[in-house]
Unconditional design. Sequence first.
Length: 374
Amino acid sequence: MSKKLKVALIHDYLREYGGAERVLEALHDMYPDAPVYVSFVDEKAMGMHWQRFAGWDIRQTWFAKIPLIKKIYSPLRVLVDKAFMSLDLAEYDLVISSSNAFEAKAVQVPNGTHICYCHTPPRALYGYSTMTDWKKNPIIKFAGAIINHYMRIIDFKHAQKVDHFIANSAETARRIKKFYRRESKIINPPIDVPTAVQLKKYQQQADKKYHTNYYLYLNRLSFSKHPDLAVQAANQLGINLKVVGSGKMEPKLKEMAGDNIDFMGVVSDEELHVLLAGAKGLIYPVENEDFGMVPVEAMAHGVPVISHQSGGPLETVTDGETGIFFKELTIDGLVKAINRFKKTKFNSQKIFKHAQQFSKNNFEKSIKSFIAQL
């Protein structure tokens, strides 16, 4: 392109570090001069990961000025679309919103093109499991049903004003079509795929530090990720399990865990590469995942996946070749899958090569190609 585009990036919020934030990082690497607009920032909640974003030009909306917003942001999400709508983005040629549950796609782009990279339409609004079992409390369930009805109307309205949607998976594209009645371009999120030399180094480090007789659970320790199934299945089978991640379920999980289960907490990228490279398999008991970067990260280290047969992993995992699926989201269903996994021979080199199609380089090429066509 002869003209250098003036670009802005929009993201729901910065208070945790997950797949959506990895996509934001990749977009920022592509457009390092672009300011990043977010509803609010919670540096403390991001912990060690805040350093990734500390040097960026991050601009918060007026939503961030609400007293105690870091604690009450969820019920006040009824206001957040107005916060994003209030942003003055008239100077930008291209605005890319990275959106999941917090209406970043509500921004108004009067003089440019608005592309929404949609991780999924908000799960809580459309009947998918969320981080907490909020329906267990009858009062919260009643209030939530009223708020969610209103938010579905708002969410649909803002989705119609987006110029172009990018979906992170075919699963998400189907949801965009179903709930927004919009078409989307599928571009899978960027995965940090090590080189063959790096992978060998990580495997050697894992062998020295951990040995290689363990399974790995890598995810938030929250309701929708079902870490309890991984812990209970490991207890029942007596297999070694390393749990990487943090969340509200951690104390409960530690209570139920046997001596064969290690809780590693949040680890650095380098340590994560080592843990992945040394694992026998990744246990991924997540229902209706939007895309699922974690299984692909495991496969990028030659590690096969034991995944629930739903959502994004159906597009990335091949049963019997790069992993094993299980249908019943129960302890028994997972135990049977692990036993089948033990009897299956996997080719780690083949798994490693399979994951290379999801590299960050391919993500950047696809994004640039899509923008060039507009």
